[in-house]
Design a protein around this ligand. Sequence first.
Ligand code: PAF
Length: 277
Amino acid sequence: MKTVISLDDLTSARTALTGTVGLVPTMGYLHEGHLSLIRLAKVECESVVVSIFVNPTQFGANEDLSKYPRDLERDLRLIEPLGVDLVWIPTPGIMYPTGYQTWVEVDAITHPLEGSVRPTHFKGVATIVAKLFNAVQPHKAYFGQKDGQQAAVIRQMTRDLNFPVDVVVCPTVREVDGLAMSSRNKYLEGADRKAATVLFHALSAAKTAYEGGERKADVLRGKMKEVLASEPRAMVQYVSCADYDSLEELDLIQGKTLLSMAVILGKTRLIDNFVLG
Ligand code: PAF
């Protein structure tokens, strides 16, 4: 496993890779969700590149970038046995050198849900993913369904900008009690950790209604809100039942649908989603 930092070293190492190249972009502090992306990339691609970069531009002014969990040694230890060919760990100065001024902005689908609470977030995500695609030139790139809107934004950007990259979205990996794995779960303590399963239960209640034949989006939103309201520690930011691709809120469910929510528990903000249909 080769580890590089500079863009020149990345370019030389990338040139030496053969066959289909799969990229797994990460911000580090890896968990089983990331490892599942790497394992799938290993199955589907001849060469696998993992990037580790805590992207400052996707953090809002009120979000503490300096507190984002980091442990590079542990990350490399977790990746090593998976047969990754190349790990790129650029610095902020490499990705955004002095005088940097070019941004990728995806329009309508970045406005609702996460975008309504984190208005600059997807500009940072789309820009860094475009830069990673340009630098690594992967044939395939792997993202988790856990960040459902991010996956939709990246699919849209990849189509709109004609990146010759196959975007692969992999299922959310969960703890045994249903909590979706996330690097931010580290901050959940005591009663908040216990209460965090309420997102999974709320999504499950809506899914059960859907499986029982319910197609009114408002009824499914109501089911999710009802379960969330039963947890006094949970402060709900949004609950949504939207079209899977456009993320427009639905009246009636007809095709692939994204149920999603954002909830604050103590000092931790959690998001989760289920895909229906
Ligand atoms: O999902 C993440 O970890 C990040 O948003 C990504 C896609 C690596 C871009 O920084």
